[in-house]
Design a protein around this ligand. Structure first.
Ligand SMILES: [Zn+2]
Length: 226
């Protein structure tokens, strides 16, 4: 009888009575990133896409140093800026890796003011400018677990928003684009963006933890007959 590898269990095999677990082989290697970036669009993946519900994988250091990884991060910024977003996680461009990018610009602040947000409200929200930042293999620790609920949206649930309770202050540790370790303790709006993006890396979306009755279509007012 021929030894058929097809009959082996999916994730391991018996060797002298020992169960050997095979190392998980990632499909997110530089060449697959290159292929995806060549074919994919500048639109964020939308809710319903299975990749938004998967746990993202840890990034290998060798991948961080590859040109394809840098291209992937550039693509993340392009997609985020096109949609006027403040944060984006790799799964939102179809890559199941633990990476997210964020920025909060003067333009974001101006748009918030134009929508009628007062200085007092902005202070309450903890709005603060954040230069473009990238976090690879991030982990967070809650510093102040006081929950604050503010309205947020997501590039992957276009056109909607809801109140979402988030911890007030957190500390994030991660690698930067050069694979150097970084730590950042922050509160207010930047802490909210970070918690939102960390959720993406676990396959979670804000609609899982939102205050359900606050969920709305942002332009609902346009549907009222005048
Ligand atoms: Zn999101």
């Amino acid at each position: 009888m021929a030894f058929s590898p097809v009959k082996l269990p999916k994730f391991g095999f018996l060797y002298n009575g020992l169960y050997i677990t095979c190392r998980h082989v990632s499909k997110w290697i530089p060449s697959s990133l290159r292929t995806l970036l060549n074919i994919d669009s500048l639109q964020a993946r939308q809710v319903g896409d299975p990749i938004l519900r998967e746990q993202a994988e840890i990034v290998d250091i060798s991948t961080v140093h590859s040109p394809e990884f840098k291209q992937m991060v550039e693509r993340m910024f392009k997609v985020m800026r096109k949609a006027k977003g403040q944060g984006i996680a790799a799964p939102q461009i179809g890559v199941g890796l633990q990476v997210f990018a964020m920025e909060y610009t003067g333009q974001h602040m101006k748009e918030l003011k134009d929508q009628g947000c007062s200085d007092k409200e902005m202070k309450r929200m903890g709005i603060a400018l954040v230069p473009p930042r990238v976090f690879v293999n991030p982990e967070i620790r809650i510093i102040d677990s006081t929950l604050l609920a503010f309205r947020e949206g997501c590039l992957s649930i276009e056109g909607y928003s809801a109140l979402v309770p988030r911890a007030k202050e957190i500390e994030i540790t991660a690698l930067d684009m050069e694979a150097h370790p970084i730590t950042w303790r922050t509160m207010g709006w930047p802490a909210r963006i970070i918690q939102h993006e960390m959720d993406h890396l676990k396959g979670n979306l804000y609609i899982d933890t939102m205050m359900y009755k606050s969920f709305m279509k942002n332009d609902w007012g346009n549907y009222i007959k005048k």
